[in-house]
Design a binder for this molecule. Structure first.
Ligand SMILES: *[C@@H]1O[C@H](CO)[C@@H](O)[C@H](O)[C@H]1NC(C)=O
Ligand SMILES: *[C@@H]1O[C@H](CO)[C@@H](O)[C@H](O)[C@H]1NC(C)=O
Ligand SMILES: *[C@@H]1O[C@H](CO)[C@@H](O)[C@H](O)[C@H]1NC(C)=O
Ligand SMILES: *[C@@H]1O[C@H](CO)[C@@H](O)[C@H](O)[C@H]1NC(C)=O
Ligand SMILES: [Zn+2]
Length: 578
């Protein structure tokens, strides 16, 4: 998953639109109701952001940092990094939704090839760090620090990729598992999502070891195997291992895949947008069961008609658009209004007033939602009727009709709130047709006996609460992140002239190939730290043509920028006190 598009006030019709296409990541949040999700609880203790920035944080290991910077500009080093990425892309470590558990399905064995490639490219890393293979194929590497009272940091990524649609293979400029470097891009499935994070992290460790660095603070790396499907065999198992070994809340921070940065305002301004929140998720199954029979003597309404009526009711009643002041959406909007000169002054003034004036806040949410549906995505729970089935034969009454409604749950809401709401939206349909309604195991309405029933359920049992909000106000880990991003860009020959602003962002699982599309692996890691950052430090314009599509390819320069960032991240944390 991850790396959906950046939503910018400017890109949303308030200013120049030109950079929207290349700007890359995610946007912010919403709020209503009385949910009791972890995010909701975090809100209570949360003050609104003023988009306070931290200065660039350059490692105090300045000689080491300088010689590593020299290395990053060395062509041999760069080509080796591209080749490492290409060689892991050549292993088709595809994750599908029908995989059986590890040990019962030979398709997992492809990860042995992933490991063989990594061990051959990074022998020093595998020799120097402690390796645990969790659930056979997940890689966990422990790099012992000298000061054991410092909390370790955790850096994660995933080894698996989404499948390539066979019909599209001939549309690829270079074959999807070629790992070909064409002089600019490294080509293939996984070249952006998420193999460069693994290669960058391991290259960083390798270079640090070669330069004699020994960590003060322990660093732990974890690379899962099924981020693109259920997450159960990968991050789910890793989380249990890490919690058992290190304890609850044992890590000072977690850095996982996520959004990146992009240019604004004609390119002078860069906004980097680490995801500090993630929407929740639930696929609700609506099943209408009615007596069968011959269609020559039909009832007035069949199961399909009743289901259709329920769907109409759902679509007539979208979830409210609300902009909670303490949520991530408002933080992002505040950052953009404060720092992006292309935001029109009337919007900027509205944002300023919204910080303390409830009417202005409401007006802002209305204006934004009207400007672009993407803002509604940030501010409301979304619903989409994606699957419908019913009827088998033209002369037989349908005994069963089913719809599945995908929901991305607003940060301030909760799974139970969405369930309660859809129940109340469908209840009038049940009354109208006098048909029993059972919602999530509870009987809600008793209809006429023999009329049948409507059943609501969590389709695959994959409901997920919105993620707890990562602290971003007066929070040291977020300050280290801001400082590290700025230092990495200042040190880069490509970006050193740009102004840089860091803005919190909201992830909402924009993954396109997977019906059971889920969010990042971080959903398994909530117990390990409050300081979860979904951020890959990728320039949106460094991605050839999106991820999970044909022609996934990463600009080699983007890989080097990532290595630069990961290096400074490890060094800055190494120098930080707890
Ligand atoms: C780049 O790195 C290679 C391999 O370590 C080394 O042989 C070469 O001298 C370096 N080039 C420069 C210009 O420093
Ligand atoms: C629903 O059906 C029951 C049993 O046939 C009947 O008693 C009741 O009046 C009906 N309710 C409505 C609202 O039609
Ligand atoms: C987190 O901790 C809670 C409470 O101990 C536990 O029930 C839950 O399974 C843990 N979550 C994960 C993903 O390990
Ligand atoms: C280890 O880190 C702790 C917390 O920052 C610090 O108080 C302590 O002095 C450090 N120990 C050593 C040996 O540097
Ligand atoms: Zn991913």
């Amino acid at each position: 998953m991850v790396l959906s598009r950046l939503i910018a006030l400017t890109a949303l019709g308030f200013g120049q639109v030109g950079h929207a296409a290349q700007a890359l990541f995610e946007a912010p949040i919403p709020f209503t109701g009385t949910g009791t999700s972890p995010a909701q609880i975090a809100f209570d203790a949360y003050s609104p952001s003023t988009c306070k920035q931290s200065p660039a944080l350059f490692p105090k290991h300045s000689e080491l940092d300088a010689s590593l910077e020299k290395l990053f500009n060395n062509r041999t080093f760069q080509l080796n990094a591209y080749e490492a990425l290409g060689s892991i892309v050549r292993v088709p470590s595809v994750s599908t939704d029908d995989l059986l558990p590890v040990g019962q399905d030979p398709r997992w064995e492809v990860f042995l090839d992933v490991h063989a490639v990594l061990e051959s490219k990074f022998p020093l890393v595998f020799k120097s760090l402690d390796l645990t293979k969790v659930n056979m194929h997940n890689i966990v590497l422990h790099w012992q620090g000298s000061n054991t009272t410092l909390k370790p940091i955790l850096m994660t990524a995933h080894q698996d990729v989404v499948p390539v649609e066979p019909l599209t293979v001939d549309q690829w400029v270079h074959p999807p598992f070629s790992g070909h470097y064409d002089g600019t891009y490294i080509w293939g499935r996984g070249s952006c999502d998420d193999k460069p994070d693994i290669i960058s992290q391991l290259t960083t460790v390798d270079s640090l070891i070669r330069h004699g660095f020994k960590p003060t603070r322990t660093v732990v790396f974890a690379f899962g195997i099924d981020e693109e499907s259920s997450g159960k065999e990968g991050a789910g198992k890793i989380a249990r291992f890490l919690e058992a070994k290190y304890g609850k809340d044992a890590f000072a921070s977690l850095l996982d895949e996520g959004s990146g940065f992009g240019a604004r305002h004609g390119g002078d301004l860069i906004i980097a947008s680490p995801d500090t929140g993630e929407k929740g998720y639930v696929d609700i199954h609506i099943e209408v069961n009615t007596p069968g029979g011959h269609s020559s003597v039909p009832p007035r309404h069949t199961a399909i008609g009743i289901l259709a009526s329920a769907i109409v009711a759902i679509e007539a009643d979208p979830h409210p658009v609300v902009l909670p002041r303490a949520g991530t959406a408002f933080q992002q909007i505040t950052c953009e209004a404060t720092f992006d000169p292309s935001v029109p002054s009337e919007i900027r003034e509205l944002v300023e007033r919204a910080a303390h004036d409830d009417d202005a806040l409401e007006e802002l949410s209305r204006v934004l939602a009207a400007q672009n549906p993407l803002y509604e995505v940030l501010m409301a729970t979304t619903q989409a009727v994606d699957i419908v089935q019913g009827g088998v034969k033209i002369n037989a009454l349908p005994e069963r009709a089913v719809a599945i409604v995908n929901h991305r749950i607003a940060q301030q809401s909760s799974v139970s709130e969405v369930m309660e709401r859809i129940t109340s939206v469908i209840l009038p349909t049940a009354r109208k047709f006098n048909i029993t309604l059972n919602a999530f195991g509870k009987s809600v309405y008793h209809g006429a006996s023999g009329a049948g029933e409507i059943n609501l359920a969590d389709t695959w049992g994959t409901a997920l609460e919105p993620a707890p909000m990562t602290p971003t106000v007066d929070a040291k880990p977020y300050e280290i992140l801001m400082g590290t991003i700025k230092a990495a860009l200042k040190a880069s020959p490509k970006y050193n002239k740009n102004e840089v602003v860091i803005s919190p962002g909201l992830a909402f699982g924009m993954s396109v190939t997977n019906i059971c599309s889920r969010y990042t692996d971080t959903q398994s890691y909530w117990n390990l730290t409050k300081h979860i950052f979904r951020y890959g430090h990728t320039d949106g314009s460094g991605i050839y043509d999106g991820i999970h599509t044909v022609n996934e390819a990463l600009n080699g320069e983007s890989l080097i920028e990532k290595i630069r960032f990961h290096t400074k991240w490890i060094l800055n944390w190494d120098e930080a006190e707890d």
